[in-house]
Every structure is written in structure tokens, then in C-alpha cells.
Design a protein around this ligand. Sequence first.
Ligand code: SAM
Length: 350
Amino acid sequence: MNSNNTHQSQQPSVINTSFNMNSTHLPDGQSQMGYDSASDVTPGSPTGTFSTFSMTSTMNDRVFREDGGRRFQAQNDEQELERLECQHRVFKAVQAGVNYFAPVHGNLYDGARGLDIGCGTGVWTIEMALEFPNVEWIGTDLAPVQRDLDLPDNLHFAQNDITQGLPFPDDSFDFVHSRLLVMGVRNWKAIVDEILRVLKPGGMVVMIECDFPWGLPGVPEDQWAERAKGHCKFSDYLKMAVENRGYDPQAASRTISRLMRSSGKVRGVTQIESCLPLWGWSNDPHLRRAGEIMRADAEDIPNSVKIVIQDACEVPESIYQEIKRGYLADLGRPGAHTAVPIFHNYGWKI
Ligand SMILES: C[S@@+](CC[C@H](N)C(=O)[O-])C[C@H]1O[C@@H](n2cnc3c(N)ncnc32)[C@H](O)[C@@H]1O
């Protein structure tokens, strides 16, 4: 890995059991995939559409959920927030108990400024603010869903829609992070450009997303359906829904790293492939633990994406129930090593 840090994060064996690529250096200038060049980002300004809110404000009557670009009052707010926090614990378990795979320490020095875009409940940002107490942290999200907790003094949350630009001046952060924005962003070029605008030269960008379809890490793709037919069918519908809604199913594995390289403004572009196991199938202790934590959430995924799939793919209720039964049958089936593919993409602004 290309790194300018002085500490290395723990590297569990998850990387050796991943989908297609292991930790990969991506050569600058290599082009992998086309993208929508239309810009949907309004460059931000310090006086733009920016509103801060405190963690003491109650979230219960203010919660929105981002779903396919629409914001609406979520019906299962608390359940959704718990799901996000469960996913966070799964990420940490996969990452051997730490909050990053990327070599972040070199950019999180005393006095540095860190930004977490689409921070959700803020659980990752809060833990990073505690781990790096001399870094000034800001977490932004479309929705004011951050937990009502005692916040570390070095952390603030702000409401912001990244597709409208970030409300910060050029060159203002040493570190910018985003995780699982894939269902909220259509134009990744605009997002990468905006992140690079607010990063200082030498600043680090880390973008972590999932790909579609979901498969079986370490298993050749032509064997996926044979080993987990129901999972693959569900995943095919999910991918179709993502595409029909105009999102990029390969933002994680291809688009983001390609955009970092083609910007000409990022050095050391690196990709680490990982996964979130849907149940505890692995012999690797970190992956097994992650899968055990994920299992309950995994069982609920067909409920949480039901509207998305039914709307985008025009699937009748009876067919959806059949798809759901097939997916659930593969959770716990010997040999059905089902997982969500995750890619960590990072580099440093030139
Ligand atoms: C799946 S959650 C991930 C939350 C957090 N990053 C984590 O990993 O725990 C996606 C988050 O992105 C936020 N989001 C989606 N579209 C956004 C946008 N255009 N601007 C800012 N946040 C957005 C959602 O409100 C949601 O909190």
C-alpha cells in the first residue's frame, strides 16, 4: 500500500478472502469506466445552505430517510438508526476492531481538521473524535439523525446535502471520509471534485462503498448461483433497482478510484477490497464475528429494501415474497458464503 503514515492499521485476513481483487494499487491515469459527466453539485461556500444543529435536539420528530434521492418522514426511524449502528459494528469487526483500513494516522495529527460526509447516526465520527481528540471533526448529513449523546468537544454535526456542495471554503480539511453514500449519489464525479475542493494539498480522502451485485467472496462468480441461488436472485433484483433509479452499481469497485485518478489531483490512489458477511460462515475470526453480528440485520434487509425493489422493478407482492424466501434460505446454508462487497478507496490530494 502507498502510505504516508507513521502507523499501520491492523490488517486482518479478510482481505485475502474477498471477491475479485486483493489490496490493489491502482496506477494513475488508468481508465476503467464511463460516467455521467453532468454536474449536480453546486460548489459550496462558507455562507451556503449550512445549518448546524446540536446533539441535544430531539431527533424523534425530525428524522428523514434518504431513499433514492427523495427525503421523506421515515416510518421506522429507530429501527433504521439501529440498523446503521449494527452495520457500523460489522465494519469494525471486519476491520479487527478499528475504524479504518486506510493508513489515516499521518493525516490525523494534532490540530488537523477531519470531515465525515453522510455521517448518519454519527457513530463512526464520534468514535474517531474520541480516538483522535486533537483533531477537529465535523460530521455532515442530509438528515439530522445523529444520536442524542454527550459529544466530544472536538466534534460538531451539520446538516448538508453533498449534492448541493459542501459549505466549506477551499483547502479546509486534512482528512475527508465518506461511507455508504451509494444510494444517495448519482454523479460521483461531482462528489469527488467537491471533496477535492475542500481538501488541503496533502489531505487524505477515504471513500468506502458497496458494490452490486452481492456475491460470495472467494468463490468464482460462475459458482455463485449454484451455491446460493436465492441470494443471487435477490441481489440481481437489488442491482436492477439500483440501476433503474439511476445509481451506479460499481461506484465502489470502479468509478470512485477511476475518478480520483483521472482528476489528476490525487496521488497514491489505492483500493482495498473487503466485505460484510451476511452470516457467520467464515473460518476467519474477524469475519465470523462480523457475520454473527450482521445476521439479524441481514434477515431484515428484504424488508428495508422492499419498496425500493418493488417500485423500481415493478415486482408484484407474491413474487417479492418468493424472492425474499430464497434469499433468507441462503442465510446459514452450508457453503452459501454470502456477503456484501465493500471497497475502500483512498488517496492524497496533490
Ligand atoms: C447508509 S447511511 C451511512 C451512514 C454512515 N456513513 C455510516 O457508515 O454509518 C447513508 C447516509 O448518507 C446520508 N446521505 C444520503 N444522501 C446524502 C446527501 N446527498 N448528502 C448528505 N448525506 C446523504 C443519509 O442521510 C444516511 O445518513
